[in-house]
Design a binder for this molecule. Sequence first.
Ligand code: UTP
Length: 459
Amino acid sequence: MVSFKGYEEIIKKTYGSGQDHVFRHWGELNETEKKQLLDDLSEIDFDALKALFSKKQSHAEINFGPAPYIHLPSDAAEERERDRAAEAGREHIEGGGTAAFMVAGGQGSRLGFEGPKGKFRIAPVSGKSLFQIHAEKVFKYSGKYGVEIPLLIMTSRANHEETGAFFAENSYFGLNPASVKIFPQNMMPSLDSAGKLILESNHGVFKNPDGHGGSLTALQTSGSLDYLEKKGVKTISYFQVDNPLAKIIDPVFIGYHILKGAEISSKAIRKAYPEEKVGVFVEFSNGSVGVVEYSDLPGEKTFMKKGGDLVYSSANIAIHLFDASFVKRLTTGGGVSLPFHVAKKKIRSYTECGYLEVDGLKYEKFVFDALPLTERNVVFETVREEEFAPVKNASGVDSVESARALMSSLFRKWLESRGIAVPRQVMEIEISPLLAVDPEDLPVPLKIDGREKVYLERS
Ligand code: UTP
């Protein structure tokens, strides 16, 4: 058995759990590397990991129906109800009740971009990064509602420092640095197909970020919940870094959330076609609401129709509102009990023969698994083209090109809705968030030049 002063317990635990292969390169390590490996091991809950590996993945409960949701207004009465919600939401925002929360801890492996995904330059004309677009939106909303809206950013081990440095180099894109909180999420070890830890180097265990569901625990452990409480923030507006169209602060959505006293509210869009790879909102037999992933939705439910419409049609776009005190209740004490989901992935593993690709098991939590734990929630329908442009892949579906096209076409609509003529020659158009986060912010009259690419910035 290897030995190192002060680490006797963890060494014993590692051997006792049958994971002592991680010490295979011990003889090659210097004292610092030995300590790094042991510190890495100290963070692992071996018993929980063993239990996870032996657990049969239970498929989602099949006893469910479609979840009720607030649909887009179809008559004057429903329009008036929306106006009332907008009023309540505006009041809440102006009173300092809301913070923005961006999750940016993912690995962005499909995009294949080196560095934090938020640094990816997505804007169709200016080439602004995802981080800049989101930060500038928060800046604009703060001005619009006359209140400093805090921005929380969750990172992970691999991109935390680079994210912090990017914001600092860019002077936080005009935001007050004291109101921008950047904190990393937890990491979770992956296992090989025999349940063994995988080495990423001779002195490091391979770990992946613990999923966007890890964000609730990270809000607590980073001290962000206490920070928000001191500032009087009650509502956390959650969105993903890779959706440049996310309406980060939406008074109508916030209004419904507040009026209903919801613990979590979620935005939904209509599924584009039955097999679209999105999760759908459902109501389980015990009355709780949740999301069932497309891969878990049985075939007959995927295609089920009523009156010509898909029955399971409200799709999750990962925009939620969290009641801060609900998150606190969930995460204090024993921690959030969101389940881990397993995904099979090829992982680069350090072995005695150098680096090899092995079949690995990656464990992640999903944030929407908190939904069934609520007593009150809202599912709120919105328009796909106005709020959803995921940047997952370099090309094809949900890609850089599709997101740029969606941005351009939304901005064109904004201009047209304000009676601003867009000349035919204009192919790509971009509106800076500093100029407008909603069409109503656009200054009119406004003249657009007949160029191929148009960028509208604050003057
Ligand atoms: P995705 O899983 O869709 O994207 O995460 P990804 O991890 O960035 O990219 P792939 O899957 O490796 O290609 C959706 C959102 O959740 C965040 C991501 O940063 C993204 O905003 N996320 C995901 C986290 O913050 N932490 C995680 O552990 C996983």
